[in-house]
Design a binder for this molecule. Structure first.
Ligand SMILES: [Zn+2]
Length: 207
């Protein structure tokens, strides 16, 4: 499993955002697939403890079940992005239905926080060009250059941490998951990852 997305691959898709300014010592943490009780709340506590801001790409279905958590994400100064309502893989779905599912997620976020999300991340990174073209009219499409692979339960947590640190650069967009699958690695890696980069003078901002 690749932790770092190669540059040649990013260049194939120049209209997606893979990273931000490489000259600034800023890292952009993102958390996909929540909100999930206990896990997302633990992430929020951890971010608060280190005075760090991040971005949560929420699944509309989860957001509609847990309005108090999505409100907390917003109230604590983090960004909220759209990750579809049903966590859809774009490849198997018509552009029309995909778009409708994305809009349904935005409706939930708007209803609960009053904010219309500006950022979109396709689940599994799988999206058809026609879908991307349509969504770009309303959203910035956010990919990543660093994948922690926290969702792989067979990945040793120490290795997960080392690989994630090694893949990160200034301006990196880093993917974690506030999901049940990722919980084991997430709880081990996130605090140590933040500490490592804060010691080196990096800050963590929301998108
Ligand atoms: Zn996802």
């Amino acid at each position: 499993m690749l932790h770092r997305i190669p540059r040649w691959f990013q260049h194939l898709f120049p209209r997606y955002t893979w990273n931000l300014d490489r000259q600034e010592k800023i890292i952009y943490l993102t958390f996909d697939d929540g909100p999930i009780p206990i896990i997302t709340e633990w992430v929020l506590e951890t971010l608060k403890q280190y005075a760090v801001k991040g971005t949560f790409f929420v699944v509309g279905e989860n957001a509609s079940r847990h309005p108090q958590i999505i409100n907390k994400i917003n109230a604590e100064g983090h960004s909220i992005g759209n990750h579809t309502f049903h966590h859809l893989k774009g490849w198997g779905v018509s552009t029309h239905n995909y778009y409708k599912d994305v809009e349904r997620c935005s409706d939930v976020i708007k209803e609960q926080t009053g904010i219309l999300p500006k950022f979109f991340r396709p689940p599994h990174g799988r999206i058809k060009p026609s879908q991307a073209k349509l969504l770009r009219e309303k959203y910035e499409l956010i990919m990543w250059d660093t994948l922690t692979v926290d969702y792989d339960k067979n990945l040793d947590e120490k290795k997960c941490l080392t690989n994630s640190i090694r893949a990160t650069r200034a301006g990196s967009i880093v993917v974690f998951h506030d999901s049940i699958k990722a919980e084991k690695n997430l709880r081990y890696v996130l605090p140590k990852y933040i500490e490592h980069f804060q010691k080196l003078g990096y800050i963590f901002n929301a998108l």
